[in-house]
Design a protein around this ligand. Structure first.
Ligand code: CA
Length: 262
């Protein structure tokens, strides 16, 4: 068996079980799916040093088993893997989450080339963000922390009283982190949920693409318009899966608007 999942480790732990961080919470658990020992080791050591609990899966089956049996707080997913590749793993993870109505785990995809098809494919498969190899560890760490902050914010929101944003037959519950159109439940990834929240907070207003990009992804993604198109495309597919009318309209040359078109 070439496949391995290294058990959870942390420098401040000898038990190998859940580790407490300085704030008294549980250390975030990261699953690194990477077959190249050099990169897996580099990422694992760096994250352990930063106080994360880390597991490494070197191929797809081990990764899917790890996500199912012991869901991590975040996955770092390489695309090029022996057997099932990172995009297919991501698709299967998202499908399982949707089927079991579990909140999506943030997935940061590693792409070997700065190739647009790879990046777009990864995001279409359900990844939340991507990083091009070779990358600096600090950049990886910044992306991981940003994704964890976002997903934790949605968990924190779940502890507050119900706060539902509505537009037409669309309802987004910030507390329960659920979205529905009419009676139908809509499953969204963390970023899609944020994007829809932003639209719902600014209904009937034309939102320039640069503004949306900056609000959802930060200044890093300025000018990289493909990413926004992919996410809006995914969001529309999810919102229109049962043939519902389009609510997120394209304003050509400007951006998007949440509007009922009769
Ligand atoms: Ca690889």
């Amino acid at each position: 068996m070439g496949s391995t999942v290294k058990s959870s480790e942390n420098p401040s732990s000898t038990s190998g079980r859940a580790v407490l961080d300085e704030a008294g919470g549980t250390a975030p658990r990261v699953l690194v799916v990477e077959d190249e020992p050099g990169i897996a080791g580099f990422v694992r050591r760096g994250l352990l040093f930063e106080g994360f609990a880390v597991e490494v899966a070197t191929e797809g089956r081990a990764a899917l088993t790890a996500v199912r049996d012991n869901p991590p707080d975040l996955v770092v997913m390489d695309i090029m893997l022996p057997g099932i590749d990172g995009m297919e793993i991501t698709r299967r993870v998202r499908a399982a989450e949707a089927a079991e109505r579990r909140p999506p785990i943030p997935i940061l995809m590693l792409t070997a080339r700065d190739a647009v098809p790879d990046r777009v494919g990864g995001l279409e498969a359900g990844a939340d963000d991507y990083l091009v190899k070779p990358f600096a560890f600090d950049e990886l760490l910044a992306r991981i922390r940003a994704l964890l902050r976002r997903s934790r914010a949605t968990v924190d929101a779940a502890a507050t009283p119900t706060n539902v944003l509505r537009f037409d037959d669309l309802a987004l519950d910030l507390g329960g982190r659920t979205v529905s159109r009419g009676e139908r439940t809509v499953q969204l990834t963390t970023r899609e949920f944020e994007l829809l929240t932003f639209f719902l907070r600014n209904p009937n207003q034309v939102l320039p693409r640069q503004l949306v990009m900056a609000r959802i992804w930060g200044e890093d993604f300025y000018g990289d318009s493909n990413v926004l198109e992919v996410f809006v495309g995914n969001l529309r597919r999810a919102l229109e899966a049962a043939g519902e009318p389009r609510l997120i309209q394209t304003v050509r040359g400007v951006g998007y608007v949440l509007r009922v078109v009769s």
